[in-house]
Design a protein around this ligand. Structure first.
Ligand SMILES: O=C(O)CCC(=O)C(=O)O
Ligand SMILES: [Fe+2]
Length: 329
């Protein structure tokens, strides 16, 4: 066992990189999300809350052609020469948008760099903190003419899905469905495309696809390309459960912001990825956070005398920036 540092304290995890699955994550259909019967929506929220942490969602409404568009473009993007990708170096952007090469990121401070490359985008109108505009860095239209329109279309679709999911979390916390609406005017979100080369031979547990970590926003909607197993999720017993790709689904996981707001009723689940498949792997997470200027504060309904507030208030943008700065230094 090792202690993993998260923005909300430390957690114990197994260090065995060969850990096997022993439990499946559930698939939850979002069909009832559109129900006009509030009881149906509440039942769906309860199901999601019971499995809070990590599950697949189906019937999410994002067209498959849009999802295919992300990975078709991601494949071309990662095949660009290294110098072209480095022209979009994330360090040029005040808010961590752009390209990051292999080992340019290290989410687990105990590790030596993550074995993936990535390109991150946000919404150009978002300001992480005064003077810190997102600064998206797109590949040139000559190299990849379809990249920006396809990724932007995917952003819009997944953003719309994310906004539809907030009422569920509100319901699960016994709040009015529109509770978060005024904190979602321009949600502080990031979408990434990730490429994990396969890792062969004996493994160094400190150099894996992405080290053990929790995500920084409210929740993450993750797409996994093809049928390559790599993602692993930490269960309550401190053991790793595999989360293989399932066609037609996103993986949904709770992040730090919901853990903070709910005073740890929702847990920001630790996960990692290790690509031992022998072939390339791509994925695309969308991190869905509250407006950067919204204050993250433990909800009064989640505080009792026996369970005092565990966290100090902090602005969403400040929290995300702090965590990203630790990751990319
Ligand atoms: O690629 C994956 O499956 C997970 C990526 C991830 O956890 C992240 O980018 O935060
Ligand atoms: Fe993650």
């Amino acid at each position: 066992m090792a202690a993993i540092t998260t923005g909300l304290g430390s957690r114990l995890v197994s260090t065995d990189t060969q850990a096997k699955a022993f439990q499946e994550l559930p698939v939850i259909s979002l069909a009832r999300l559109a129900s006009t019967d509030p009881k149906e929506r509440k039942a769906l929220a309860a199901e999601a809350a019971i499995n809070s942490g990590f599950f697949y969602i189906s019937d999410h409404g994002v067209p498959q052609s849009v999802i295919d568009g992300i990975f078709e473009q991601a494949k071309e993007f990662f095949a660009l020469p290294a110098e072209k990708k480095m022209q979009m170096d994330m360090h040029n952007s005040p808010a961590f948008k752009g390209y990051q090469p292999l080992k340019g990121e290290n989410v687990d401070p105990a590790n030596r760099g993550d074995v993936h490359e990535a390109w991150d985008m946000g919404d150009d109108s978002q300001v992480m903190r005064e003077g810190k505009k997102n600064g998206n860095q797109w590949p040139s239209k000559t190299d990849l003419p379809e990249f920006q329109p396809k990724l932007q279309r995917a952003w819009d679709e997944i953003m719309a899905l994310g906004k539809r999911l907030f009422p569920l979390f509100a319901l699960a916390l016994d709040l009015p469905e529109d509770y978060f609406a005024d904190k979602l005017k321009s949600p502080g979100s990031t979408m990434r495309i990730l490429h994990y080369p396969p890792q062969f031979g004996p493994m160094d547990s400190k150099e894996i696809g992405i080290g053990a970590h929790s995500d920084y926003e409210c929740f993450t909607l993750l797409l996994q390309h093809g049928d390559v197993q790599a993602l692993q999720v930490l269960n309550g017993a401190g053991e790793w459960v595999e989360a293989p790709p399932k066609p037609g689904t996103f993986v949904l996981n709770i992040g730090d912001q919901l853990q903070l707001l709910s005073n740890s009723i929702f847990k920001s689940t630790i996960h990692r990825a290790i690509n031992r498949s022998g072939v390339e792997r791509m994925s695309s997470p969308f991190f869905f956070g509250l407006d950067y200027d919204a204050v993250l504060e433990v909800l009064p309904s989640c505080v009792t005398e026996e369970r005092p507030a565990l966290y100090e208030p902090i602005k969403a943008g400040e929290y995300v920036e702090k965590r990203l700065a630790e990751t990319y230094v």
